[in-house]
Design a protein around this ligand. Sequence first.
Ligand SMILES: [Zn+2]
Length: 79
Amino acid sequence: MGFLRKLFGSKSQAPPVVPPEQPLCPHTTLVAHWEDAAAMGDDSKVSSYTCDACGQSFSRPEAEALRSSEGERLKQRLR
Ligand SMILES: [Zn+2]
């Protein structure tokens, strides 16, 4: 089996090609923040969302857009 590794070994070492227009972070882990402590836990009163991975913050509409496109984007990453 050694010769097979030699055949394919160099190809598998190639770095993945990331298109520059694609964001590096998929922002899939959004943490909700409430300015009003009394509203905590109420999805309709969320003040902002922060991505747990990169720390970028998003407004509620932005976070909803990210969530609705999340499945599509994950599929593209798995391809
Ligand atoms: Zn992010």
